[in-house]
Design a protein around this ligand. Structure first.
Ligand SMILES: *Cc1c(COP(=O)(O)O)cnc(C)c1O
Length: 500
């Protein structure tokens, strides 16, 4: 069962549940499976008649061998149950050879629900399996959608507590409102005066603070992470790429076995990495197209082989992609280095010290054979929202619009007209202002973003999703604000820890 290893190579292999419970490996690396399961085409196609829950059960069981079949099935049914607004969970919406994989039918209207509705069940099972009575404390740094999705997943789950840090000026007002109105006896929400990278660096520092960890263990608590570096976040995301492909086959967009391209609007690189793993397991994906916003560090990395975070940080209309250090890239580096963890450590040290690292020419070529990178600036993002609505009568949120723009650029540049699946990562209602102003350019709309939801609903003749419908009426339950340097004390305070 010891099949999960660290990208940094300085720790013993562990089982999936332990990897998920720890979140990050003791050597600071990220866990990944020693070998990925591989599926023949026949086995993949055999999933076609199954429901999403059954597809998930089958694929997840390949990674979670420690769980009994019935136990996993119960978790899957809890995770993908009536809190979703469609029993298909992640349906596709097809236009000729282009399909959108709608990943926002869950309780918080963004794709992170796919993982975070399942993760709490995996974590509590992992703790029980290890015979631990410690309270699991989830620390989250969020650029917006993770925070609410994690809060919704963990609220009132026995044996857990969750503390979410979000950048005060780095999330939309709807996202902020979703978080600060979260109910539950075990939830805490704190605004940080900084950007997402500050919040993420603060959380990473807390996870490795010896004194805090000692105090935590004296209080019979243990940290875990629900951030996208946790293997438990990645594994549920692999499922929907299989599901999306099978739905494209079922709807006649692609012949069974023929390959597709997949476009993923990317920030921390978790979602696209899940697609990459699906491909390595045998799903016929040709190119993975990584779409970035104006914070185009991933685009430059894919084009030049140089990862360089020394650049201005921009706030954009797609805040969940406003990231300069994409943590999950480390798992890809492990592959590019042919699993040489000393090489991974050298790159990460270089990133920490100088803000950059560089692949060899051979590594860069391998990367480029599998990935293509592009970006959309703010104007291109708005134009993509308007054009998609005009041409397809379909409304996309700004993150998905970034992907649409990059998809068009990819086709234009390469001439590759393969059937394509675009990961649609958020409901347009989460970003009503951007969407309204893009489609009805020049009009002025109410100041208050919450008032825009009914406006968008009227114009598009679409219902406001349940998770957003009564936001304006919910009371604000969290109003704590801190500086990045204060995050440690905030955590100690909220947990009642005494540091000796
Ligand atoms: C988190 C998020 C992304 C970026 O996904 P990564 O896995 O971090 O690359 C894109 N769009 C939306 C709406 C998100 O919430």
């Amino acid at each position: 069962m010891s099949e999960y290893i660290s990208t940094r190579g300085n720790t013993e292999a562990v089982g999936a549940l332990t990897a998920i419970r720890r979140g990050i490996a003791p050597d600071g690396g990220l866990y990944l499976p020693e070998s990925l399961p591989s599926l023949s085409l026949a086995r993949i196609l055999a999933l076609a008649p199954l429901s999403y829950q059954e597809r998930a059960q089958t694929l997840l069981s390949l990674f979670l061998s420690e769980l009994e079949k019935a136990e996993l099935r119960a978790m899957v049914d809890l995770a993908y149950g009536p809190q979703w607004d469609t029993p298909r969970i992640a349906p596709i919406r097809a236009f000729d050879k282009l399909a959108f994989l709608e990943l926002w039918h869950g309780p918080t209207c963004a794709f992170k629900d796919l993982a975070l509705q399942l993760l709490p069940h995996l974590l509590t099972a992992a703790a029980a399996r290890a015979g631990s009575s410690a309270e699991i404390v989830i620390l989250v740094a969020t650029s917006g959608d993770t925070g609410k999705a994690a809060l919704a997943g963990f609220a009132d789950i026995p044996g857990t507590r969750i503390i979410v840090f979000y950048p005060k000026e780095g999330v939309s007002s709807v996202q902020e409102r979703q978080m600060v109105t979260q109910t539950g006896g075990n939830v805490h929400v704190v605004a940080v005066q900084g950007n997402f990278d500050d919040a993420q660096a603060g959380v990473k520092a807390i996870f490795t603070d010896e004194r805090l960890l000692a105090a935590l263990s004296r209080a019979n608590k243990e940290f875990s992470s629900a951030n996208s570096i946790n293997w438990g976040r990645l594994v549920p995301q692999i499922v929907y790429y299989f599901s999306g492909y099978l739905d494209m086959v079922a709807q006649g967009l692609v012949a069974a076995g023929d390959s597709i391209n997949v476009v993923v609007p990317s920030g921390n690189f978790g979602n696209i990495l899940a697609a990459h793993y699906a491909r390595r397991m045998g799903l016929p994906i040709a190119r993975l197209i990584c779409a970035s916003n104006r914070n185009r560090v991933l685009t430059d990395f894919l084009r030049t082989g140089v990862y360089d975070r020394n650049r201005p940080f921009y706030r954009t209309s797609s805040p969940s992609m406003d990231i300069l250090v994409s943590s999950n890239v480390e798992r890809l580096l492990f592959e590019l280095a042919d699993r040489d963890s000393s090489q991974v450590r050298a790159w990460q040290e270089s990133l920490a010290r100088t803000g950059r690292y560089e692949l060899s020419p051979g590594q860069r070529e391998r990367l480029q054979a599998e990935f293509w990178g592009g970006f959309a600036d703010e104007e291109a993002t708005r134009a993509a929202i308007a054009r998609t609505y005009r041409e397809l009568g379909y409304v996309v949120d700004p993150h998905t619009a970034v992907a649409v723009h990059v998809f068009r650029e990819y086709v234009h540049t390469t001439g590759d007209r393969r059937p394509t699946l675009i990961a649609s990562t958020a409901s347009p209602f989460k970003f009503s202002r951007v969407v309204l102003e893009a489609i009805w350019e020049g009009e002025t709309f109410p100041e208050d973003e919450l008032e825009l939801l009914p406006v968008l609903s009227d114009r598009l003749q679409l219902e406001i999703p349940a998770g957003l419908a009564d936001l304006a009426r919910r009371p604000v339950l969290h109003d704590m604000v801190c500086a990045p340097a204060e995050m440690k004390q905030v955590v100690a305070g909220l947990l009642g820890l005494t540091q000796s």
